[in-house]
Each structure stands twice: as C-alpha cells, then as structure tokens.
Design a protein around this ligand. Structure first.
Ligand SMILES: Nc1ncnc2c1ncn2[C@@H]1O[C@H](COP(=O)(O)OP(=O)(O)O)[C@@H](O)[C@H]1O
Ligand SMILES: [Mg+2]
Length: 285
C-alpha cells in the first residue's frame, strides 16, 4: 500500500562490457507520431492507484513494450499531476542498464501514456511471493545492480523514494530494471531535503514517518529494507497494524533473520550500516 498525498495500494561480476552494451537503445524517429492505436494491447501486467500497465505490441515494428496508462482524472483529484510529470522527466533523462527505459510518451483526453521497456521476468515481489526468500548469492546480485541504479539517480540529484520489491523488475536477460518513478523527486542535491509525505507504509524511512523531510539518505535506507526483505521474506518492521509498524520503524525494532550466514547476519548489519549510520549522516549526505 502507498500512502499520501500519494498513491493508495498497502551471479556474476558486473563488468564494463555489461554496462556499456545493455543501455537501452531508444533512437526512435522524433517525427514519428505515436497514438494509442499504434499499439495492440496483449494483457494487463499490473495496476495501481492511477491506472494500469499493459503488455503491448507496436503494430508497425511488432516490438513488445510495457505501456503505463495514468488516468488524468485520478492524478488531478489526488493532486498528483506533478508526480506524473516528474516520472516522465526522470525516465526521459535516464539512460542506464538498470533503470527502465522510456521509449515514447503520448496522451489522450483521459490518460497519459508511457511506453517502456518490457520486463518479462516480472517484479521481485512476485518472485518473493513464490519463493519465500532469495539465496544470499541472488541477493548479492540484485543488490549490486540496485545500488548502481540508485547511485546513477543520486549523481543526477534525483531521489527515488519508493524502493520496494514490486518496483524492481527483471528483464529478459535476468538483470534488474528499476521502475516506477512516480514518487521520485528532482533537484535534491547533497544536503537538500524533500518535504512531501509519501511512500508505502512498510517501507517508510524513520525521517519520513517523523515528517522531517527526506534527502538522498532515504534511498540508502530503502536499499537496506529491500535487502532485508529479500533475505527474510518480509520487510523489517512489518506489522498488520500500521501505527505499530510506524512505532517499529521509529524505534528500529526488527526481527532477526533466521538461517543466514554470519556474514549476512552482519546484515542485521543492514541495520547498522544502512539504517543507524544514515541517521547521523542524514544532513550531510
Ligand atoms: N516495464 C514493465 N514490464 C513488466 N511489468 C511491469 C512493467 N512496468 C510495470 N510492470 C508491472 O506493473 C506493476 C505496476 O507498475 P508501476 O510502474 O510500479 O505502477 P504503480 O505506480 O501503479 O505502482 C509493477 O509492480 C509490475 O508488476
Ligand atoms: Mg509501483
């Protein structure tokens, strides 16, 4: 689920060659006119508070894409239009192997559309639900790629603010693509903060719960939370009752993860490295 002001809904070494060859190719003809009718809808891939994501085929090239449709009326009613504009801006400006590529944008009277890389591997929340947990090797692999995607955004003064397994997609080669920039924020240089209260309850950072404003450190915390969930099967501070969960988040009260190596336990160290330390550094990161 996502709260706000916001949406509502509760293996190998990374080498330069991977990085340089896997950047999304998006050199489309800028004069080409794109309409809803340019695509054939194949199926629904996911839905959220503002619309749906479809698997589509571009009729002329037969290429497969994901098409995210955002309902303008919902965006306006929930005061979320600026978030959709930011999502488009960040996606347009990004070109990184682990960030979802945007190919086209267009609109109809009722919807805004983003035509995106299609990720046939689904999202990590789906895989977590099937597998329960990931192995430490798998977690190391996904986290390495996720860290690179967040580093890329932070270097451009973009904070992501919505790290959670359902926003991490798996492409056709098994690598990740970070998706869903609906809560991201531009212009957050080191030391700057964004004041909106937004995110999904189980994934909120303490400074968000405390409504103190968040900077880049919010995503460092998010990396820790995702890492914990991939290993443990549920987010670190999870409780059915949201106020209790917020108390857990504020107090840093998490369950220890069973059946993991001592190295990974130093991951409760996730807590020491990524959660407690950031609190001290929050103003100067
Ligand atoms: N490019 C894509 N390829 C495959 N599945 C996708 C793609 N984009 C989104 N999805 C699916 O749709 C879900 C919702 O998309 P997302 O962009 O996160 O929208 P929302 O803002 O509603 O959360 C994702 O969690 C994922 O399961
Ligand atoms: Mg999402």
């Amino acid at each position: 689920m996502v709260v706000e002001e916001s949406k509502t809904s509760s293996r190998n070494t990374l080498t330069d060659s991977i990085t340089s060859t896997r950047i999304t190719e998006r050199r489309h003809n800028p004069d080409e006119k794109i309409f809803f009718d340019s695509f054939k809808i194949i199926k629904v891939l996911g839905s959220g508070a503002f619309g749906r994501v479809y698997k589509v085929e571009k009729k002329d090239t037969k290429k497969i894409y994901a098409m995210k449709a955002l309902k303008k009326r919902n965006l306006i009613l929930k005061n979320h239009l600026s978030y959709a504009v930011t999502e488009a801006n960040v996606l347009k400006a990004s070109n990184h192997p682990f960030v979802l590529g945007l190919h086209y944008t267009f609109q109809t009277p009722f919807y805004l559309y983003f035509v995106l890389d299609y990720c046939p591997g689904g999202d990590l929340a789906f895989h977590l639900a099937n597998k329960g947990t990931f192995t430490e090797d798998e977690v190391r692999f996904y986290m390495a790629e996720l860290i690179l995607s967040i580093q890329y955004l932070h270097e451009r003064d973009v904070i992501y603010r919505d790290l959670k397994p359902e926003n991490i997609l798996i492409d056709e080669t098994g690598h990740i693509k970070l998706a869903d920039f609906g809560l991201s924020k531009e212009g957050i240089s080191n030391g700057k903060i964004a004041r909106s209260f937004c995110g999904s309850p189980a994934y909120l950072a303490p400074e968000m719960v405390n409504r103190k404003g968040v900077g880049k450190a919010v995503d460092i915390y998010g990396l820790g939370v995702v890492m914990y969930e991939l290993l443990a099967g549920e987010p670190p501070y999870y409780a059915d009752d949201i106020p209790i969960m917020y108390q857990n988040i504020k107090k840093g009260k998490m369950k220890s993860i069973k059946n993991i190596s001592s190295k990974a336990k130093s991951l409760v160290t996730v807590r020491k490295l990524l959660i407690e330390k950031y609190k001290k550094n929050i103003r100067n990161y």
